[in-house]
Ligand binder design. Sequence first.
Ligand code: NAP
Length: 250
Amino acid sequence: MVLLLGGTTEATALAAAIGERHPGSIDLTVSFAGRTSAPTAPHGAVRVGGFGGVDGLVAYLVEHGTAAVIDALHPFAAVMPFHAAEACRRTGVPLLELVRPPWLPAGGDDWRCTKSVAEAAAVLADLVVDQALLTIGRQELDPFRTLTGTDLLVRTIEPFDLTGAWSARPLLARGPFTLGGEIDLLRRERIEAIVSKNSGGTATAAKLAAARALGLPVVMVDRPSRPDVEQTASVEDALAWLLAGGQAPG
Ligand code: NAP
């Protein structure tokens, strides 16, 4: 069995590629944390919920005779990649990280890079703007709940808790977003700054080009550190690695 740690477009793409091209040769299970309701995968068995720490994951890998693990977790998943690395080290199960490259600033960008969401909230406060767009998901909004003086438009996929001293309005939307749509949104809402995680990928990148076009600052949260494991950004490479039995094809 191959365990695919999912919750990303890369995990979905890899599951789809296995289903289309190698459905009989790779026995796939896709694992979700359960943060979003009713997660699905285009191919493979789906399991939902934590494993119970490193020990739980070790037990799971052994019990299911796991041949390989692909960590296709979101680049901002800060805990699970380390659990996967440690569990695979203990069991000897090969591990590959499939992660999209971070966004890089282009000419004309005004990025204020920060190490954490809490630092991003402080940097946004220092910008002293009337309206800002928050696009960091719904799980780490707490540092913004005490921010006053800036109206926040908070774009998330699923609803979130609105309580706090902040002035926040929800905008429920799921990417991909277009450049034209993002420019319209920023103009309509009179947005003066954007807060983003450096998630990378194409689905939500248009906001950065829109900010560049309108000359708006972007408060960019850098990625958390990752374990030192074999890594690729390519679904094709991950597929080749699996077909080679959990190693780089020779
Ligand atoms: P995290 O902090 O790294 O993980 C917290 C705990 O959640 C882990 O210790 C593990 O519980 C469980 N877990 C995480 N991913 C799992 C998976 N794929 N399958 C089973 N259990 C999992 O992760 P997170 O930041 O809360 O993210 C949770 C999920 O949402 C991940 O699948 C991630 O790819 C996705 N996601 C995260 C973000 C983000 O910004 N953080 C954005 C988009 C999507 P146990 O210790 O009990 O095993």
